[in-house]
Design a protein around this ligand. Structure first.
Ligand code: FRU
Length: 924
């Protein structure tokens, strides 16, 4: 698009153009070298010229007045030549001295017009003027006749070197030749000036007395002689004849009219003609070289009419001049308006140009908008495509993640099936050799399990599902604890293993689970690559700047090559034996975990000399996000949830001893356990083991499990989480939201061990969460614990009757509701002797078996027995707080006879109702 400055420049150009249009008429300069400008005749010439010039505004006239000085006029002509005027007008003061300059100008190509007085050569462009010889001749003839052929004449000359003076004299004398008795007695050099003539005249007059007539070459010199003669009162006897016949108050016409002159001869100034001629020459129009103006005699006979005519002409001229003045003003107005018009036109043009540009740019913009919107559409399309691909990729990632989770699950179940029986066998009586083999099987299964776990961790890190959960703990104590698990191996292999700390304790924000993994990996490596009898040490110190804790795990084992040191933390590096899958993954995982803590891990190693891993973790919590910081578990979670979450982390081996004890202590064949597990082998394994102590019913999937739960109302349900169809979480949720089964404790078995999934498990209502692989002993402990706590709960719940006290100890909302409803039905129908389990079940919308089992499970008594207990409790209350007699109370609380009531009361409280009333009332 055209820039604004360009538009402004264009605008200025147009403006200047419009102004210059107003001045274009002044292009041609005409120089006028005037011999004199002081007399009336020359003034009349100038005003004629100006008048004529007003028709040609393009012509500019410059008049230089030589004031009767030939040398000054020469100088003026020189200036005009140098100035290179377009045309030169010369009225030579004297012919001879001016001629060379005129010729020069002419030769230089400047058109020259000679006016009035002539040069002495023909090298000029044109001439304008009257025929002075003819004027002289006319004057001679007139004078001859006036004097009637006889008389004495005094001739007053114009400047002798000027052509009119010479021509007029010659014409005059040539005419007088016909009048023999007329004589020119004296010639006065008047030089065209009145004063000179007046001054020189008296001498010639007085020397030549009896002069009849004065012939002056112009009117003003004639006036000069008249004035002199008048001053000596001799004017009346003299005849005065002049030349010029100028109109106006100081012109020859007036002198004739006033009787000063007897006659004059019209000598036109030719001002008008000169300008017309100049214009023709300048515009290369045809013109005459010699332009002769006519003359006429003016005397007493025609002066009046001439005067009238010239006065008329004068007044017309002045009116013309006035008109011209007005026209000039109009022209000025017109010029201004023209400038304004040009300006407006230019502005309009600029507006049009701008408008066109704006239109163009609008069009361009529209085009661009079109293009942009097309591009936009394309971008949106691409973005949608990308989003679709991203969703696809997400799905793929999700699928991959699920696949890994499932695979890990698939691994963990068989591993449980390996470790479990192996543990059993190890605890049984096996030969030493067999034990060694079994240990090997177990340790490899555990290693495989560790690998599966590490793979899972990588998946989580890759999917950003691995979240840091740090709490402020003593890192020294923590490291010492982890290191302790290596002391047995160090003792066995005679490895000098030590943990050295610069400080006794140090509070650091770290994720226990992750630091555990890091240290376990580093220590496992150190022990793995250190020969028996070697040295492994852990050193804890503060950094020099006191803002980091430095944990160094050092060994004097086989060390690493330079190449391997470079790639130690690259999980894809498979260069050397040091990076076998287990170790390689372990180090790479450790680095990821250290990174999560915003810490650093480095390795210093030399082949065959040893290796040192240096982990540094920042102190404080500024580097951590708020959501990464958790309070210690006991402060944030319900104790039960806490117990659930930590249950999966316990080492199976730790429980071996307690398992021995607790197995012996269990004699609970009266309890029924429902086992829901899709894996046939695991189900069979668990069933076989559980059957030793419990009645076991089993189901292969969630749906079947649910219906069996409703049918059998077992004492405890163990369910796998990942199952085809209804999974363990759904099953738990269904069970816990149904009043028939809501009281049954549920243990979930799963390979999923993330905190989120555990929480999900708890939210579904599961009472416990056991992570695969687990030892049977551990699971058994959990079963035992749950059954026991359920019994304690029931005991507590059922020992005292008042309903309001019970609410606080019933843990589950649905069970609380059930108990409340059950108690309400009982209370309402207490006086109904026939009230039985059937009626209550009906009122509660449940089957008799379900109510029976539920009441038994929650309250510890069969329904009928419990109803009797409530009747007796109520009776106790009435005995102390009512006026009713014992019989009335017996019926009131629903006993069919007072005797049966008394017996039942005594059996229950070891005191008869009347004794109870007597003793307790007395006490009160
Ligand atoms: C004016 C004048 C006239 C005369 C003419 C001759 O300057 O003296 O009176 O006719 O010049 O050139």
């Amino acid at each position: 698009m055209m820039k604004l400055t360009t538009i402004i420049n264009l605008f200025m150009l147009l403006f200047l153009f419009s102004c210059s249009q107003g001045q274009e008429e002044k292009q041609l300069v005409i120089g006028f070298a005037q011999c004199t400008g002081g007399d009336a005749w020359r003034k009349a010439m100038h005003s004629e010229m100006k008048r004529e010039l007003s028709f040609y505004p393009e012509l500019e006239l410059v008049i230089k007045d030589a004031r009767n000085s030939t040398s000054l006029q020469q100088q003026h002509i020189r200036e005009f030549i140098d100035q290179k005027v377009d045309l030169l007008i010369v009225s030579p003061n004297e012919a001879a001295p001016i001629t060379p300059l005129v010729e020069e100008a002419f030769e230089k190509g400047i058109p020259v017009i000679i006016v009035d007085r002539r040069t002495s050569s023909s090298l000029y462009t044109a001439y304008v003027g009257a025929n002075n010889f003819e004027i002289g001749r006319l004057a001679g003839n007139y004078v001859g006749e006036l004097l009637k052929g006889k008389g004495r004449i005094l001739e007053v000359w114009g400047l002798k070197g000027s052509s009119p003076a010479v021509d007029r004299h010659n014409g005059f004398t040539s005419a007088l030749k016909d009048f023999k008795d007329i004589k020119i007695v004296a010639e006065v050099p008047g030089e065209w000036e009145k004063d000179i003539a007046k001054e020189k005249f008296p001498d010639f007059y007085h020397q030549n007395k009896q002069i009849d007539l004065v012939f002056a070459h112009n009117d003003v010199m004639a006036l000069g002689t008249f004035e002199y003669l008048k001053s000596i009162q001799q004017e009346d006897e003299m005849i005065f004849v002049g030349v010029d016949g100028l109109s106006g108050p100081n012109g020859g016409l007036q002198f004739v009219e006033d009787g000063i002159l007897d006659a004059t001869f019209l000598y036109p100034t030719g001002g008008e003609e000169v300008i017309r001629l100049a214009r023709k020459i300048l515009y290369h129009e045809p013109y005459e070289k010699e332009n002769m103006l006519s003359s006429t005699l003016i005397d007493g006979r025609n002066v009046h009419i001439m005067k009238q005519q010239t006065d008329k002409i004068l007044s017309q001229q002045s009116s013309i001049e006035r008109q011209q003045g007005k026209i000039q003003k109009q022209i000025e107005v017109y010029q201004n308006q023209r400038i304004l018009l040009y300006f407006l036109s230019a502005a309009l043009l600029v507006i049009i140009v701008l408008g066109a540009l704006a239109l163009l740019s609008l069009k361009e913009k529209q085009e661009m908008n079109k293009e942009l919107s097309a591009k936009n559409k394309e971008v949106i399309h691409q973005r949608n495509e990308l989003a679709r691909m991203a969703r696809k990729a997400d799905k793929a990632t999700e699928a991959k993640f699920k696949f890994f989770t499932n695979i890990s699950h698939e691994f963990r179940t068989p591993l449980t099936l390996i470790i479990g029986p192996v543990d059993d066998m190890l605890r049984g009586s096996v030969s030493a050799e067999m034990k060694k083999d079994l240990q090997l099987v177990k340790s490899n299964a555990l290693r495989l399990l560790n690998l599966v776990n590490q793979l899972m961790d990588f998946r989580k890190i890759e999917n950003q599902k691995m979240k840091l959960q740090v709490a402020e703990k003593d890192v020294v104590g923590f490291i010492k604890e982890i290191s302790a698990s290596f002391s047995r191996e160090s003792r066995k292999r005679k490895i000098d293993f030590s943990v050295n700390s610069q400080v006794e304790s140090l509070k650091v924000y770290f994720d226990s689970d992750k630091l555990d993994k890091i240290l376990f990996n580093l220590l496992s490596n150190a022990f793995k690559y250190t020969k028996d009898g070697g040295k492994v040490s852990v050193t804890i110190e503060l950094s020099d700047t006191y803002d980091k804790v430095i944990i160094m795990v050092e060994d004097n084992g086989r060390g690493m090559s330079e190449e391997h040191v470079k790639n130690a933390f690259d999980r894809f590096y498979t260069g050397e034996v040091y990076s076998n899958l287990s170790t390689g993954l372990g180090l790479a995982l450790s680095k990821e975990l250290v990174d999560l803590h915003k810490g650093e891990i480095a390795v210093v190693s030399e082949k065959w000399k040893g290796t040192k891993f240096i982990v540094s973790l920042p102190l404080g919590k500024e580097h951590l996000r708020e959501e990464e910081i958790i309070l210690p578990a006991s402060e944030t979670l319900e104790p039960m949830l806490d117990a659930l979450l930590s249950s999966g982390n316990e080492e199976p081996d730790d429980l071996l001893e307690s398992e021995e004890l607790s197995t012996k202590a269990l004699h609970r064949k009266d309890k029924t356990i429902l086992l829901v597990e899709d894996n046939v082998e695991l189900r069979a394994f668990l069933k076989k083991r559980l059957q030793k102590e419990f009645n076991v019913v089993d189901a292969a999937d969630g749906t079947l499990g649910l219906s069996m739960a409703f049918d059998t109302v077992p004492d405890l349900i163990i369910s796998d989480v990942m199952m085809p169809g209804m999974d363990g979480l759904q099953l738990t949720s269904e069970l816990k939201n149904d009043k028939r089964t809501s009281h049954i404790p549920v243990i979930l078995l799963t390979a999923k061990d993330s905190v989120e999934q555990k929480i999900e498990g708890v939210q579904s209502g599961a009472d416990m969460y056991v992570t695969k692989p687990f030892s049977f002993a551990y699971l058994y402990e959990r079963i035992k614990g749950l059954i026991k706590s359920r019994e304690m709960l029931r005991d507590h719940y059922s020992c005292e009757i008042p309903a309001e006290a019970k609410q606080a100890v019933v843990p589950k909302q649905l069970d609380k509701k059930f108990v409340n409803e059950f108690l309400a039905v009982v209370e309402k129908n207490l006086s109904n002797t026939a009230l039985n389990a059937n009626d209550i079940a009906e009122s509660l919308g449940m089957s008799k078996v379900q109510v029976y089992r539920k009441v038994k499970a929650l309250l510890g008594y069969p329904v009928n027995e419990y109803v009797v207990k409530v009747r007796l409790k109520k009776a106790k209350h009435f005995l102390l707080n009512s006026e009713m007699n014992i019989s009335e109370i017996a019926y009131e609380v629903g006993f069919s006879s007072p005797a049966y009531f008394s017996t039942a009361f005594k059996n229950h409280f070891q005191i008869s109702p009347s004794e109870y009333r007597a003793t307790h009332l007395v006490k009160d």
